[in-house]
Ligand binder design. Structure first.
Ligand code: ACO
Length: 332
């Protein structure tokens, strides 16, 4: 039976670097506060007219395809994870489809926020295991710098998030004990409103009105402490679930690539698994939290730095809005 293997990784981040000091000029915050609470030193902001979620996804995809030795016409399906699609509809998958361009293949958007990339990877893995497709492009891309208000009112979230994209090519393989070993997906919708953006949604007669801007209702909401408490619980739990499924031990992990939510969450996971620095990836200091893009960007950088070798056991895990959380184990 075929299973799937990641054969190419790619990333793209916009050129504009925004430091904590830059933010402190437009809102009441400090570099010290942000670094201490989140580990973030700078992030990238997209350039209007140049970058979009789909165009950044296309650049990351192009790099991943080149590294996999594949052409756009080789791709059978696109799974695109984002919470910040170019349009409300259609999704960014089809905008990517026309960009490179690909054949008239299927293209689906996944809305699973910080766990989006793993949900997307899992969908790709299932299509390959059933023999439906042979080569799938999985993308995570976000533009978030324009959803947060760069003001005192928006500071609690504006300092955390950034823009960027990552992509992987997933291909069918018959090589035993290689590739994606397992994926684990979870959600608990009771917490949906603890990290969310209500408007413009479809619940009200008017999707939005000028009042909403005034009242700050077009801004996302996050219950930071509750997110933190649940993240440090579910990250380890879902990684252990994947290990148990494959009869592997915590000490078998060669590299852990967690969603870059917050450096303090990453440190908590590192301590929980007793991992030395070289076995965990943290690049949130450079990019902030890029939601669905954070895992493929971190994976791509780790690969470029030679931190991923043939045969290594790579664990990836995410937790975020929904709440949704997920993990995957990959034998490289
Ligand atoms: N700069 C300066 N002060 C700020 C800022 C800011 N950017 N934001 C909030 N504050 C103030 C608050 O107003 C508050 O002031 P007060 O004491 O006078 O009321 C004070 O700082 C403390 O605010 P808290 O919200 O209690 O800050 P906390 O210590 O909880 O840190 C944080 C906030 C970093 C978000 C923390 O809750 C956390 O780490 N949460 C985890 C959630 C997370 O990382 N989410 C990432 C995205 S979701 C995901 O990817 C899973």
């Amino acid at each position: 039976m075929p299973h799937s293997k990641i054969t190419g990784v790619g990333m793209y981040v916009p050129e504009t670097v925004v430091t904590n000091n830059d933010l402190s000029k437009v809102m009441d915050t400090t570099d010290e506060w942000i670094v201490e609470r989140t580990g973030i030193r700078e992030r990238r902001f997209f350039k209007e007219g140049e970058d979009t979620v789909s165009s950044m996804g296309a650049k990351a995809a192009q790099q991943a395809l080149e590294r996999a030795g594949k052409k756009p016409e080789d791709v059978d399906f696109i799974v695109f994870a984002t919470l910040s699609s170019d349009y409300n509809f259609p999704g960014s998958g089809v905008l990517l489809q026309r960009k490179l361009p690909f054949r008239q293949i299927g293209a689906v958007d996944v809305r699973a926020q910080c766990s989006g990339f793993i949900y997307a990877l899992s969908i790709a893995d299932q299509y390959i295991r059933t023999g439906t497709y042979k080569t799938i492009l999985v993308v995570g891309s976000e533009v978030q710098s324009n959803v947060f208000e760069k003001s005192d009112r928006g500071r609690n979230m504006a300092v955390i998030f950034g823009d960027g994209a990552g992509a992987v090519v997933v291909e069918a393989t018959d090589e035993p004990n290689k590739g994606i070993l397992t994926t684990k997906l979870h959600s608990d919708g009771r917490f949906a409103e603890e990290l969310y953006l209500e408007h413009p949604g479809s619940r009200r007669k008017e999707r939005f009105n000028p009042d909403m801007i005034e009242k700050g209702e077009l801004l996302p909401y996050m219950n930071g402490k509750l997110v933190f408490m649940n993240a440090v619980k579910y990250f380890p739990e879902v990684i252990r679930e994947a290990l148990a499924d494959c009869n592997l031990k915590e000490s078998d992990i060669d590299l852990l690539v967690p969603h870059q939510a917050n450096a303090r969450i990453t440190v908590a996971i590192q301590k929980e698994f007793n991992l030395p620095d070289e076995k965990i990836v943290s690049n949130i200091d450079k990019y902030g939290n890029t939601t669905a893009a954070s895992i493929p960007i971190a994976l791509c950088e780790a690969w470029e730095q030679g931190r991923i070798k043939d045969g290594d056991l790579i664990a990836i895990a995410g937790f975020g809005s929904g709440f949704m959380w997920a993990s995957a184990l990959i034998r490289w």
